[in-house]
Write a protein that binds this ligand. Structure first.
Ligand code: CA
Length: 654
């Protein structure tokens, strides 16, 4: 009897070993584990940190025109190796980044030949994975295999444990919205929402934040070029999410939604950042760690703060006199850049732009010019049109811009995640670099590693940005709520051209109710805090020359606040409620605390990374700001932040 039992156990164990193969890839510190399970021809992964489950068993696989590589797969090989390297960047949340990771490659066969590899990069708080696909036999010939394919479906799942809540922004449906310019990543993030929904029917954009019982998970992707489409996620029921391709309706239906690749060829990285606290989420560098610069910068690109007349004065402000006034204002602030927004081609004209560009140069500043992306994919009437979509016209225009000393371009209304649109983004960036132009995108997709990949890329909107403060009071009332989300979610994975920081009470040029324009409810110190909270290396503010604060220290803060940072530290917060983060530039730390809750936020901060006394900018209960010098006792500092107010602490680094 005993012998029979033992034999049964051995038989079962043998059967399991035949049907299931398990592999593990550990992070360099051994705390994060990726468990890979191959069973029944399918491949699954799960992710745990400190023994706690963050991503539940989730399928992997690709379905291509040359075969379904999500099933009937046999694991052939699993290799791991340690990798470590460093890189520097002026424009990211950190200026020097040390990367240490375990690289694991799972080779999967089908019909006794290579089908796909899954390549994992496992860091202490991040996982990135991508697929490599291989040539497949052509039934018509034994010698010449097929060396390209179309990926019809990517079966990369992200399944979360019971009790997970979501912080997601719906994917906008293709060719919908204003002038058919969607998707443009301009839907709100909903905090602590239920799983099991699918946005507005088309899923959710990257990045996607999940609050799992053991902590936090941020899902995104990086390394997207013209060699693939940009993806998003759809909910497949419950807390199960899956990579999804663009809608066929994107780009007015032009181009395919399924990406094509050569063989061997690969997908972009799908990234998962995991933390028991929000620190690893806010501080992650996974969007840039495993991508490379795709070309050399044609010049030494420079950065700083700027102005943007359109956010206050709208289309009417795009005229010669007003732009000249803004050049004076920009120079007075010591800022480096100014965006001349839509309709300049007709309301100012090219000849007068040349005069303004010359004037800006004399005053020590520079201009960025706005362009419509279209084309044949949206109805947006704003000019200049039909230039950025055509290589001949685009390069001629860029040569003109270079000749008159234009700093950069802002291209709007791209409205698609298709591979064809990724080609347009890349072509604009590469051409602009040839002419020494910096590039900002609006009405655009999320940048996926682009700050490092394209050296002249500045940032994208890809968020419900400051224009909505102009459009209405409802969004103004959400300003502090949104600001507690962005540094954790959207701005954590890419530079964000938000266009914030204003002292206007109303987002219009009369600064009252005689003109249309949302009513600001946040404090002046809150506006100053935005300069620390939101990161974009060339940061165009909403400051207006006719509305400046009475207190010189408010303006002085905005004038001297850096736009380039060396380090970041998450201190405390909960997305949608309150946020305290610190950024370091050189030897100075800037700590910004904001509060979107009705009740005041009271915290005692441990400033053990600060040396000596600090300058504290803080609001009282009525949102009246003050500045004072404080010497923290035993490094501890008590703060009270009222609803829609802020506290900023500036001190020297230890
Ligand atoms: Ca927009």
């Amino acid at each position: 009897m005993k012998r029979f039992l033992l034999l049964s156990i051995i038989t079962i164990a043998f059967a399991l070993s035949v049907n299931a193969q398990n592999y593990t890839a550990n992070s360099p510190d051994g705390r994060l584990k990726v468990d890979i399970n191959c069973t029944g021809g399918k491949v699954f992964y799960s992710v745990s940190l400190n023994g706690k489950l963050f991503v539940d068993k989730s399928q992997l696989g690709l379905v291509t025109t040359l075969g379904d590589f999500s099933e009937n797969l046999t694991p052939k090989d699993f290799k791991t190796e340690a990798t470590a390297f460093s890189y520097d960047s002026k424009v990211l949340k950190r200026s020097h980044i040390d990367v240490s990771a375990t690289r694991a490659v799972l080779s999967l066969y089908q019909n006794n030949r290579p089908a796909i590899d899954v390549v994992f990069m496992v860091k202490n708080n991040d996982l990135a994975f991508k697929y490599v696909a291989y040539p497949q036999p052509n039934p018509a010939t034994t010698t010449e295999p097929f060396v390209c394919t179309v990926i019809n479906n990517e079966k990369s799942f992200f399944n979360f444990p019971d009790g997970t809540t979501t912080f997601l922004s719906p994917q906008m449906k293709g060719s919908t919205g204003w002038a058919r310019t969607a998707p443009s990543y301009e839907k709100p993030y909903f905090a602590d929402d239920k799983t099991g929904k699918n946005g507005e029917g088309a899923g959710y954009i990257f990045p996607a934040l999940f609050h799992v019982p053991a902590g936090w998970v941020l899902v995104s992707e990086t390394g997207v070029t013209s060699a693939y489409c940009a993806s998003h996620i759809t909910c497949e029921g419950g807390a199960s999410y899956k990579v999804a391709f663009p809608m066929q309706e994107d780009f007015n239906g032009n181009g395919t939604s399924a990406p094509g690749i050569p063989l061997p060829g690969e997908t972009p990285w799908r990234t998962i950042t995991i933390g028991e606290t929000l620190s690893p989420i806010v501080e992650t560098t996974i969007p840039w760690d495993f991508v490379e610069p795709l070309y050399a910068p044609s010049k030494n690109y420079t950065y700083g703060a700027g102005t943007w007349s359109w956010i206050i004065g709208f289309d009417e402000s795009v005229n010669f006199q007003e732009q000249k006034r803004y050049i004076d204002f920009t120079a007075d602030l010591g800022f480096v850049s100014q965006i001349v927004d839509n309709w300049w081609d007709t309301q100012i004209t090219r000849d007068s732009i040349e005069i303004l560009a010359k004037y800006a140069k004399q005053k020590g500043t520079s201009l960025c010019l706005w362009y419509n992306s279209n084309g044949y994919w949206n109805d947006a009437p704003q000019g200049p049109k039909h230039i950025m979509n055509n290589i001949i016209k685009r390069r001629k225009e860029m040569a003109w811009m270079k000749s008159i000393g234009i700093r950069g371009i802002k291209v709007d209304f791209l409205g698609s995640d298709k591979q064809q649109t990724m080609q347009l983004y890349e072509d604009i960036l590469a051409d602009a670099n040839d002419f020494g132009l910096e590039v900002i995108f609006h009405g655009a997709t999320l940048p996926r590693g682009w700050e490092r990949m394209y050296p002249n890329f500045i940032g994208s909107e890809a968020v419900l940005a400051s224009e909505n403060l102009h459009f209405g009071d409802d969004f103004c009332r959400q300003e502090s709520y949104n600001a507690t989300l962005h540094p954790i979610i959207r701005n954590s994975v890419a530079s964000m051209d938000y266009g914030g920081i204003t002292f206007n009470n109303y987002f219009n040029s009369t600064n009252d109710t005689t003109m249309w324009g949302g009513h600001r409810v946040t404090s002046d110190v809150f506006q100053m805090a935005v300069a620390v909270l939101f990161q974009c290396p060339l940061n165009h503010t909403a400051l207006y020359y006719n509305v400046l604060p009475k207190e010189q220290w408010k303006l002085d803060f905005v004038k001297q606040c850096p736009t380039l940072w060396d380090d970041i530290k998450f201190i405390d917060g909960y997305p949608g409620k309150y946020l305290i983060i610190a950024r370091r530039s050189g030897s100075k730390w800037y700590i910004a605390a904001i509060n979107a809750q009705k009740e005041p936020l009271k915290r005692t901060l441990n400033l053990d990374f600060i040396n000596g006394g600090v300058t504290v900018y803080a609001d009282d209960a009525n949102l009246n700001g003050s500045m004072k010098q404080v010497s923290p006792k035993k490094n501890m500092l008590q703060i009270t932040v009222p609803h829609d107010g802020a506290t900023i602490i500036v001190g020297n680094s230890k």
